[in-house]
Ligand binder design. Structure first.
Ligand code: SF4
Length: 547
């Protein structure tokens, strides 16, 4: 195996024996073969589209799900990934028949022709991974694009589940994968494609924002309980608000409470969920603390998207783990939707009823709900605070949290920020500083949480609005510092999206991606001012954040 798609990759180089995330070599290779199949499907689907022939929704759905299931911590279940390969090969061959029936020529590519039995999957998989591209810089750019597309697929899938779709995004994804597969693109051409991926990433995040807000209302200032009640609970993790809605509906008279974990916390900010009195609060912190927090939660856990940490062999909660959508874990019950898209959570609810109430690990509340609509309602106050000098700078500290000790940097950074600065956050990076009690500036909290990582879109909308209000020509003239923490591939699409919006001087940590080759890093540094982080003190000085 060779995988270097996330920030925690072994030795900052690549996982070769087993993933730091817990992914074993067989799973990694099975995912490589699934991506090989995705490439084959994309090439044929793209050709059909180029000849103005329709491509069935099943194809779009397959590609989105397949990409999503290869995101870090999404799926550890070889059986479910292998089933996807089988299905994908059948889809590819069907598309080839359609092309042949219309005399549409197809390019030469192994991805279009390979067939094999299950016994042959592993050997084939070993030849089609990341290292198939020999040139380090081309590999770097191709993987940068692929990881961006994985993040895009995740956001698109959430939007699709709420009935919002955009054919142009599928078209772009498949065309981009087809180009990477069959064309000899230069480094310059791949760089352009990476920025285009960011541009479509903005469109995808806007689509998801519309899907979420049109169904559940605009996030608003909300105080979220972080303590626990006395009734049994179900913990829901991940990003999928549609799953949450169905779970809340099915649990409302059951005597069971529902708590959010990790990235599901921002669900509390949506008005539509406030009518559920049993939507009890948020339990715990970011994804990586789940082994201890799931143990003390006592009740069942539902994973709606990535963020699974493999439970230890003696874990007491494995029988209480449920997965759905693109996620999977061997031995855990997977909940699938019926043909109308509805899921039946009876088994989770019945499990919860047999469990003790969660053990309280914290008490109090946290404040959030500062997505674009809410912040723009406060715009006068914010602008006044900037003009009067009460707010000197905004620091965008969005992104992901992770296990590495070096991420203590972000807590210290937040603590040491001068009192006339405001943190704009989104994603699970917030757990490094959202319980510090950093106070407010004239009633504006010093940590403004917009929501999930996809709500980084909100931060971009806010920045664009401030640029307009202050009459600036360039978004980079705003008093905003970007200090972003990344972990997995959704952070990659967020980064590409910000670059495509013309945002410069983004600082990325705790380490730069291993998949960026020295030459590609040089391009990002020279053209976009992207850089890593240093020590808290040196960065504070460099960015004009000292008292
Ligand atoms: Fe390693 Fe990250 Fe890949 Fe897991 S996802 S195998 S930790 S690089």
């Amino acid at each position: 195996m060779f995988c270097f798609q996330c920030q925690e990759t072994a030795k900052g180089f690549g996982c070769t024996l087993k993933g730091v995330c817990g992914k074993n070599a067989t799973t990694a290779r099975t995912m490589d073969l699934l991506l090989f199949v995705v490439r084959g499907i994309s090439v044929v689907a793209d050709q059909l589209r180029q000849h103005s022939l329709p491509v069935e929704k099943e194809v779009d759905n397959f590609i989105v799900d397949a990409l999503f299931c290869t995101i870090t911590n999404a799926n550890f279940d070889d059986e479910s990934i292998t089933k996807r390969i089988d299905k994908g090969l059948a889809i590819r061959d069907d598309l080839k028949h359609q092309a042949s029936a219309k005399d549409i020529p197809l390019p030469e590519a192994d991805e279009l022709n390979w067939k094999g039995s299950h016994d042959e999957y592993d050997a084939k998989a070993a030849t089609v991974g990341v290292l198939r591209e020999q040139n380090e810089d081309l590999r770097s750019l191709k993987e940068l694009i692929m990881y961006g597309l994985k993040g895009m697929a995740a956001y698109l899938e959430h939007a699709m589940r709420l009935g919002h779709n955009d054919e142009s995004i599928h078209r772009f994804m498949q065309n981009t994968i087809a180009q990477i597969t069959t064309k000899s693109l230069s480094a310059d051409e791949l760089t352009v494609l990476a920025l285009k991926t960011g541009e479509i990433g903005v469109r995808t995040m806007a689509l998801l924002d519309k899907a979420n807000t049109s169904r559940y209302g605009n996030p608003e200032i909300t105080h979220v309980n972080i303590g626990t009640g006395t009734r049994p609970g179900i913990l829901i993790s991940g990003h999928d608000l549609h799953d949450l809605e169905e779970l809340l509906e099915q649990t409302k008279d059951s005597g069971v409470d529902v708590y959010t974990h990790g990235e599901m916390l921002p669900a509390h900010y949506y008005p539509a969920f406030k009518k559920y009195t049993h939507f009890a609060g948020n339990y715990g912190n970011a994804w990586w603390k789940q082994r201890e927090e799931f143990t003390s939660f006592n009740g069942p856990i539902l994973f709606t998207t990535n963020c699974i940490v493999p439970p230890l062999p003696n874990a007491t909660y494995k029988e209480r783990m449920f997965t759905t959508n693109s996620t999977g874990y061997p031995g855990c019950k997977h909940i699938t939707a019926d043909e109308k898209g509805h899921k039946d959570y009876t088994e989770i609810i019945e499990t919860a009823k047999q469990c003790a109430a969660p053990t309280e690990i914290e008490h109090g509340e946290i404040v959030g709900g500062f997505a674009h609509n809410q912040v723009l309602q406060l715009a006068d106050k914010v602008v006044e605070a900037v003009k009067s000098g009460a707010i000197r700078k905004f620091i965008v500290m969005a992104g992901c949290d992770g296990r590495m000790r070096s991420r203590d940097y972000y807590t210290t950074f937040a603590e040491m920020l001068p009192k006339d600065t405001v943190i704009l956050t989104a994603g699970c990076a917030k757990y490094r500083y959202n319980k510090l009690g950093l106070g407010d500036i004239n009633g504006i909290p010093r940590v403004l949480d917009a929501g999930q990582c996809n709500d980084s879109y909100s931060l971009a909308v806010i920045a664009l609005k401030l640029k307009e209000v202050f009459g600036l020509h360039d978004i980079n003239e705003l008093p905003i510092v970007y200090n972003i923490a990344w972990y997995e591939q959704k952070a990659v699409i967020v980064l590409l999206a910000l670059l495509s919006l013309g945002i410069k001087e983004i600082h990325l940590g705790p380490t730069l991606p291993a998949f960026l080759s020295p030459n590609v890093t040089k391009v990002l540094v020279e053209n976009f001012g992207v850089s890593g982080i240093g020590t808290v003190e040196s960065d504070m000085r460099k960015w004009g954040l000292t008292n």
